[in-house]
Ligand binder design. Structure first.
Ligand SMILES: [Zn+2]
Length: 158
């Protein structure tokens, strides 16, 4: 069994880490927190990098979550615009909203793929995407040329 680290076991281990990161000398850190100099040295060389790495991972996951949230908001907006444009019969705006929504879905898929523990979004089976496809195709049925052009474009991207 490895010897317990008095710094890791210290109730103020987080403050000690922060102090060590600023480059404070072992002696003053040891004195300030009532630890031995060798324990502080061993902790800094062996444990601090692991702590820092973990802290960075937590931060990255938080940032990725934030990005996901933003893309989800964009997606909600795009779908709202699509809905309104479709009701107004404004196909140009509807197509722009579709293209935006599709880009958002791809971005969501990429973001999700970068986070190991999250499932990768598969556009072909995503209910949102299938629903969107049905809306697009349905909206364009009275316009055969646009209908087939959009169908072709959708097929190409998959
Ligand atoms: Zn330690």
């Amino acid at each position: 069994m490895p010897r317990r680290c008095t710094v890791c076991d210290h109730p103020e281990t987080h403050s000690i880490d922060e102090t060590l990161v600023t480059g404070a000398p072992y002696r003053s850190v040891a004195k300030r927190f009532g630890l031995s100099e060798s324990a502080v040295y061993r902790h800094k060389t062996e444990h601090l990098p692991v702590h820092l790495l973990k802290a960075r991972e937590v931060e990255e996951v938080a940032q990725a979550d934030d990005l996901l949230e933003q893309v989800r908001n964009l997606q909600a907006h795009a779908l709202g615009i699509l809905d309104r444009a479709e009701k107004a019969g404004d196909l140009r705006t509807a197509l722009a909203a579709i293209s935006q929504a599709r880009g958002n879905l791809e971005l969501l898929g990429k973001l999700a793929g970068e986070l190991d523990e999250r499932p990768v979004v598969n556009l072909n089976v995503s209910p949102e995407w299938l629903e969107l496809r049905a809306v697009i195709v349905g909206a364009l049925e009275p316009h055969p040329a646009a209908h087939s052009a959009v169908l072709r474009a959708l097929e190409c991207g998959q």
